[in-house]
Ligand binder design. Structure first.
Ligand code: DGY
Length: 321
């Protein structure tokens, strides 16, 4: 009987159908340490399906060594952790989980934006350390969102969901994307297409929602920070390497931008020490899709794709390769 290997514990409700039909082995990094290439190979070696996450590098070596593998069902929408070319070459199906984490991630981008704009981290620390002695007229004054320009980089599902929220906050939305969105989406979301350069120059908040690929690697670099307003905020819930983190730290220290809300990092889980030091930065451990609803649905979609593959279905749902 085919078996399934999972690289870390997932919400069980989403795995129920899979478990009822096939043996499922779950690797627990909290017990056994993070799985490097060798552990991933050991885990996937006898399995016909693998469920990895954004944190697992599914390299050519892992795929080549896992000779029984028929499907890699990514627990997440981004697939930049998987060598897709190698999967194609080995005839291994790859699927992902689009759609179900759109709202969770867009909500989280706004959580970070509000936290940075209203100094929530400093406010919380202020109360906890006992500094709240009296109501003060000019304590921790932040930036109001109404009327401000939100520049969205990457106008797919998540970027558009962020635009929808921005409308409710009275923000003006501009966006940049590889391809211009259709006129209806632009009209409904009140979003104006601009070049990346114009977006950087005009935005009070720049929020990143593009996939990580060769074109978007270090898209936001030192030159990009030089274009931004000194009062601007950067929000990144996409992928760490879209931003040159060393350049971000330099820009923050030089006052080229005012703050950042970061859910993703260049060398995850490591964080640049300059980001830990800066008071205008709010950090999170890659929580964009971390709601019970989204993570359960992600597990269910990965299970669904594997069940379809094992049952010989055609087409396989959520197929990427
Ligand atoms: C994704 O889905 O790509 C997120 O980054 C992880 O949930």
């Amino acid at each position: 009987m085919p078996s399934v290997a999972v690289t870390r514990p997932l919400p069980e409700a989403g795995l129920a159908d899979l478990r009822a039909a096939y043996p499922v082995e779950i690797y627990d990094p909290a017990v056994r340490g993070d799985a490097g290439e060798d552990q991933l190979i050991a885990l996937a070696q006898d399995a016909e399906a693998l469920i990895p996450t954004v944190a697992d590098a599914i390299s050519e070596r892992v795929l080549a060594a896992s000779s029984h593998l028929r499907i890699v069902a990514q627990f997440g929408v981004g697939t930049d952790n998987i060598d897709l070319e190698a999967a194609r070459a080995h005839g291994i199906i790859v699927t992902n989980t689009p759609g179900v984490l759109t709202d969770a991630t867009a909500d989280f981008a706004f959580a970070l934006l509000l936290a940075v704009a209203r100094h929530l981290r400093s406010a919380d620390a202020f109360v906890r350390e006992g500094s709240f002695q009296r109501w003060e007229t000019m304590l921790l004054m932040g930036m109001e969102l109404r009327g401000k320009v939100l520049g969205i980089v990457g106008f797919g599902r998540i970027g558009q969901a962020v635009a929808r929220r921005a409308l409710g906050f009275g923000m003006k939305v501009i966006y940049h994307n590889r391809r211009r969105a259709n006129p209806t989406a632009e009209r409904v979301l009140g979003a104006r297409y601009v070049s990346l350069e114009a977006l950087l120059e005009q935005s009070d908040v720049v929020s990143l929602h593009c996939a990580l690929n060769e074109d978007s690697y270090h898209l936001i670099d030192a030159a990009a920070f030089r274009r931004m307003k000194p009062s601007a905020l950067l929000i990144n819930t996409a992928r760490g390497p879209v931003v040159d983190e060393a350049a971000l730290v330099q820009a923050l220290e030089a006052g080229q931008l005012a703050g950042a809300g970061l859910d993703v990092f260049e060398q995850e889980p490591a964080v640049h020490p300059g980001l830990l030091r800066h008071p205008g930065v709010v950090l999170a451990p890659h929580l964009g899709s971390a709601t019970v609803e989204a993570r359960t649905a992600m597990a269910r979609m990965a299970s669904e794709a594997i069940l379809a593959a094992f049952n010989g279905a055609d087409p396989i749902p959520y197929r990427v390769v």
